[in-house]
Design a protein around this ligand. Structure first.
Ligand SMILES: *[C@@H]1O[C@H](CO)[C@@H](O)[C@H](O)[C@H]1NC(C)=O
Length: 485
């Protein structure tokens, strides 16, 4: 082998060593990245979305849900999807109720515009708005959590406790959707799809890509069900008990549209009934005693004279303007004393039922009250809503901002509103910043490894070149046929 060939071989070997070192280095960095992600809270990889319109009835619900999300530590992102007409948007003064709000069109007359069907159906806003958001806005998070507006969050959702994966949602149960099993579904989906269906609804956790793929089918299937005369009165197989001769179409068409849309998109469901507790229901197992979500979609009744339902007239009254800030808040159930240690499971669960009813309505009342005070009471400086828990680094930033704004009590109401709105923007900014920092330190480590590898590589080359030379000269010395120099 000639000297230059040997050198080339050595250089090649060194390159291999270098590549291997860099690979090892980046694997280590990757391992650290995983650790970092955990530091960054897995619960931030979720994007909560819910659909709403511009009516007062939806506005207080939206605020109560938003506040509950803030209270549990503002995990991930939360978006309200508004579906209103242009005139409604022009008159709407409550964009600040949820800082991340998407303006989608109104879909109430979607079937009329599309298919000439004379049917105004408010529930078209749900698949319509969600589809609009998924296709036009979307998310940077891994998971999409679909919620209803009439929900309160008590704990951050997470797939480690509520398993979902690509191709399979985690979902709440809607047992009354009997059309899934009684043959009605066959009118809309093929047999293979039918096997994937489940009686689900309310809340779901989706892989974000699955969600985006699914929403067009959800909208399309909703129209199909709603327009199909076979499911109208007097057909009973949908499970909708409210259909009449005069209002023959099932209100729950959208729910079937959702289930069929999921099935057609190839999705299955991990049904988790105990993740959510309806306010007014008695918990039935340990998980439902400590639910992630409270849903106040039905009447709250303590059996002793207390009754409240979001559908009551007072729910439709405007209560979130300065002129209406003194409208009577919703009545709260009297809370009995907490049962002692010796109480039976039944007694304990009965108490939890009342406590959840109590928490639900007081938190709605408080949300409305705080919102009005912040907007209508510029002289009294109010504290920002509590941003628990302290493990979130983002909370510090929010507190700091609050502190700064506390020093400037003469700020106008508008400026104050701005600064409060910016609190949640600050949360987002902070998280972006965190990500950048992590990225930067990762790059720095990679460079360090690369430089180190070069140094080690060079030393190796030097060493091997030297040792080969030594060997060659030794060989020369030992060679009996050596031509003396
Ligand atoms: C609404 O809840 C609040 C608690 O935040 C309570 O002070 C108020 O009395 C409640 N309103 C009614 C009418 O019970």
């Amino acid at each position: 082998m000639s000297r230059s060939a040997a050198a080339r071989a050595l250089a090649r070997a060194t390159r291999v060593v270098f590549v291997v070192l860099v690979c090892v280095a980046s694997t280590r960095v990757d391992a650290q990245k995983d650790v970092r992600t955990t530091d960054q809270r897995e619960i931030d990889d979720y994007h909560y979305v819910f659909s709403s319109d511009c009516q007062p009835y939806m506005t207080w619900q939206a605020r109560a849900l938003y506040d509950s999300w803030v209270k549990i530590g503002s995990p991930g992102r939360l978006t309200r999807i508004l579906s209103c007409t242009e005139e409604e948007y022009a008159a709407y003064a409550h964009d600040d109720v949820v800082p991340e709000t998407t303006h989608a069109p109104s879909y109430v007359w979607y079937a009329k515009e599309r298919y000439g069907d004379e049917d105004g159906y408010a529930a078209y806003n749900l698949p319509g708005g969600m589809n609009y958001w998924a296709q036009n806005v979307g998310t940077d998070r891994r998971w999409v959590v679909k919620l209803d507006a009439d929900m309160i969050l008590l704990k951050p959702m997470t797939v480690t406790e509520i398993p979902a994966r690509k191709g399979q949602t985690a979902a709440g149960i809607y047992g009354y959707l009997v059309g899934v099993d009684n043959g009605m579904a066959k009118w809309f989906v093929d047999e293979e799809t039918e096997r994937r269906l489940a009686r689900v609804g309310g809340w779901e956790i989706f892989d974000a890509d699955d969600f985006k793929r699914m929403t067009p089918n959800w909208l399309e299937q909703t129209v199909k069900v709603r327009m199909d005369k076979r499911v109208w009165y007097p057909y009973k197989g949908t499970g909708d008990v409210y259909i009449t001769e005069d209002a023959p179409r099932p209100w729950i068409s959208e729910m079937y549209g959702f289930i069929f849309g999921c099935g057609i998109s190839g999705l299955t469901h991990n049904v988790m009934p105990s993740t959510q507790l309806y306010a007014g229901y008695t918990p039935w197992d340990e998980a439902s005693e400590d639910p992630f979500i409270v849903h106040y979609g039905t009447k709250l009744d303590d059996g002793k004279g207390y009754k409240w339902d979001k559908h009551y007239d007072e729910g439709h009254v405007e209560r979130m303007t300065c002129e209406t800030k003194n409208v009577k808040p919703f009545p709260v159930v009297p809370l009995p004393r907490e049962p002692g240690k010796g109480a039976s499971v039944k007694e304990r669960r009965e108490y939890i039922k009342l406590k959840i009813m109590y928490i639900t309505v007081t938190s709605i009342n408080e949300s409305v009250k705080k919102y009005n005070e912040d907007r209508c009471d510029p002289v009294v400086r109010r504290a920002m809503p509590d941003k628990a828990p302290s493990r979130a680094p983002t909370v510090e930033l929010t507190r700091k901002r609050k502190h700064v704004s506390d020093k400037t009590p003469m700020k106008s109401v508008n400026a104050r509103l701005e600064s409060e709105k910016s609190a949640s923007e600050a949360l987002r900014e902070m998280r972006l910043l965190e990500k950048e920092l992590v990225h930067e330190s990762r790059m720095r480590q990679l460079w360090t490894y690369a430089v180190l590898s070069w140094i080690i590589g060079s030393v190796l080359i030097g060493y091997r070149v030297c040792s080969k030379r030594r060997v060659r000269s030794q060989r020369r010395e030992k060679n009996p046929f050596r031509v003396p120099v």
